[in-house]
Design a protein around this ligand. Sequence first.
Ligand SMILES: [Zn+2]
Length: 280
Amino acid sequence: MNTLQYSVYVAPSKPAVSDDLPPGEARRMWSPTSSTLIFGEHDAVLVDPLMTIEESRALAGWVAATGKNLTTIYITHAHGDHFFGAPAILDRFPRARLVSTPRVAELMEVQYGPRWFDGFWDPRFPGQISGDHVTAEPLAGDVIELEGEQLRAIELGHTDTDSASALHVPSIGLVVAGDAVYGDVHLYLAESKGTGRRDWLDALDVIERLAPTAVVSGHKRDGDPDSPADIARTRGYIQDFDTAAGNATGYLDLYEEMLARHPDRINRGVLWNSAKAVMA
Ligand SMILES: [Zn+2]
């Protein structure tokens, strides 16, 4: 039997419409976002099919160019930037199953509702997101089969949103982490009030215990290695944010302290959102 392989597609940063700009920033951007293809000799599984019509069509072309038969699309967590692009993939591969954990499937419906689709996503990306509403089939059990190998959905609880998951491919030591792990990009911590940051640290421990040799972060610089060291870097960022939030007198203070500690990460606008939400 051939061993499985994987390949990562990173959609570049793109502008987002917003007049809420951090000090010194000229425009708001969305972070670069990854999608991962896991494949055997003939068949493939795609994890997280991106957001906009344009980037998901390009992704569909990239998958088609591999010549593999796409059997399954897996959604790690219910944030639209990771699954609103599913219609373009399903157009190209109509026999593929779109699956997620049962809880993610429920929360995906909420992302299509008025609060999130009409109130958040559409205004930031007007006309750029497909109006086709996709529904994920809740996985029965936690296994996706790929050419005799088992891919496992790992429930993580709260990470950068509630009820997130990762996809573990034990035979090749791979964890496709969704937004539980970030590459060199500011973390979205706007949903971390209450126990959110502690829960996210617990999720990182769950991933670390899988002892992966490769970890694909949901948001990363194109070309950066899929390094398990991103687990510890993500942990360090959350701990720094937690300390800084405890000491800060307001959101600007928190924003500036985190920038001083993490000056080179991509997308300061995400930090701006996180600081404002947490200090509100
Ligand atoms: Zn994300």
